[in-house]
Design a protein around this ligand. Structure first.
Ligand SMILES: C[S@@+](CC[C@H](N)C(=O)[O-])C[C@H]1O[C@@H](n2cnc3c(N)ncnc32)[C@H](O)[C@@H]1O
Length: 283
């Protein structure tokens, strides 16, 4: 029954709709990320975000603990800002991440977050691990980041911006080398997980500092095309069978999405895209 439903859904998705042409649709509907952000910030800012979060996540638990409370504590401890624009994206994607993380916990291999920033998500995942193993102190968990912000954007990373004259130009969104994440401070946030490895350095060069080993779970949150592609090239071949690789998506990160799609297409790898444009593969 479920299989039949899925087949019908897939067929209706791939069948062309009468009267539409891809060209006409895309020309009329450029998505301007800065405008979307402004609109959602306004809307979410006026809504009762706490009430929505309560309805959405009150039943979600990590071990015996409320997911929303645990993640809220991780955000607070690491001083990670949540904005009206990204609050729902953050909570939903982090719950999904924790679920994939726990589902792959029985596999051998190390775990990594690439693009750890101030460590809020990595901290959540360490707590998730501890919910299954009270003696867990961070062993085999790696946080990788330049701790100096993003590298340079390339063509694939540019986003459409509508100028005052109404014309569309394409700009880089992320400034190079700007960050308020400091490796030593992040180490401090992991005092409950002293064996977690903080690996500062630019991707791809930082990969040379990692031990040669296999991996069970890797989260990519690098925002840009080049480091995302380099991370896929490094981790996918080292990922154990059954292991999960996930990549954050966003209207501000077309390059990361492009890198993921190109890599998976080139290697004929199947993956899924979830509600906030995040992508997931299971090897
Ligand atoms: C969106 S933030 C990560 C947020 C974090 N995962 C979280 O959930 O709080 C992106 C991170 O990628 C890092 N980054 C971007 N390009 C990089 C590169 N080439 N090498 C290393 N780190 C990079 C930035 O320093 C930044 O901290």
């Amino acid at each position: 029954m479920l299989l039949k439903m899925l087949k019908t859904a897939v067929q209706s998705l791939v069948a062309p709709r009468a009267g539409t042409s891809a060209g006409a649709a895309s020309a009329a509907s450029i998505e301007y990320p800065l405008e979307v952000e402004r609109k959602l910030s306004r809307l979410h800012g006026r809504a009762q975000a706490d009430r929505h979060l309560d309805i959405l996540y009150r039943d979600a638990r990590i071990g015996g603990e409320s997911f929303a409370e645990l993640y809220g504590r991780c955000l607070q401890k690491t001083g990670t800002a949540v904005t009206p624009f990204n609050v729902f994206q953050r909570f939903q994607t982090r719950l999904d991440l924790a679920r994939y993380f726990l589902a792959t916990l029985d596999l051998p291999g190390a775990r990594a977050e690439c693009g750890a920033y101030r460590g809020a998500t990595a901290l959540l995942l360490c707590h998730a691990w501890r919910s299954r193993d009270s003696a867990f102190k961070g062993r085999d968990f790696y946080l990788i980041d330049s701790f100096s912000g993003t590298s340079a954007s390339v063509e694939q990373d540019l986003i459409p911006v509508r100028g005052d004259d109404g014309r569309t130009r394409r700009d880089a969104f992320f400034p190079v080398g700007k960050s308020d994440a400091v490796a030593d401070e992040v180490r401090g946030y992991f005092s409950d997980f002293p064996d977690a490895r903080i690996c500062p350095g630019w991707i791809p060069q930082v990969f040379a500092t990692l031990p040669e080993r296999d991996w069970a779970f890797v989260h990519l949150d690098l925002t840009l095309y080049e480091p995302t592609l380099a991370a896929l090239e490094y981790f996918y071949p080292r990922l154990n069978q059954g292991g999960a690789l996930l990549c954050d998506g966003s209207i501000f990160c077309p390059g990361a999405e492009r890198a993921w799609d190109e890599y998976c297409t080139r290697h004929d790898i199947a993956y899924v895209t979830l509600g906030h444009r995040e992508t997931v593969l299971i090897k």
